[in-house]
Design a protein around this ligand. Structure first.
Ligand SMILES: [Zn+2]
Length: 107
């Protein structure tokens, strides 16, 4: 399987699709599907019925739908640019992600 470059709480840029150009924070990653939930990205409307016993109000709810990770670019926390992300091994032997733009490492 492909390496997943996006992690929870990453800031990402949408590079493809309806929300192209928008930025958001990764809420959840689904590695097996290759998708992620991103805050305020790919919003869908869900019609729900009221269900008082579960305190569901009913009506139209908006919520995020998963988006393909291949349509996302990680925004580097150091240089703030949408960057290609590589991997590097640190001196202590652990693996970190590295921004190919500014060479900053982060996890
Ligand atoms: Zn960078």
């Amino acid at each position: 399987m492909d390496k997943i470059k996006v992690r929870k709480n990453d800031e990402v840029l949408v590079v493809q699709g309806r929300d192209r150009g928008a930025r958001g924070k990764v809420l959840r990653v689904f590695p097996r599907q290759g998708t992620a939930l991103v805050e305020r990205i790919n919003m869908i409307k869900r019609h729900t019925r009221p269900n008082p016993s579960q305190q569901i109000q009913g009506g139209i709810l908006e919520r995020e739908a998963p988006i393909q990770i291949s349509n996302l670019k990680v925004i580097c926390p150091e240089c703030g640019a949408p960057a290609r992300i590589g991997r590097t091994r640190l001196e202590d032997g652990s693996v970190a992600r590295v921004c190919k733009n500014c060479d900053a490492t982060f996890n």
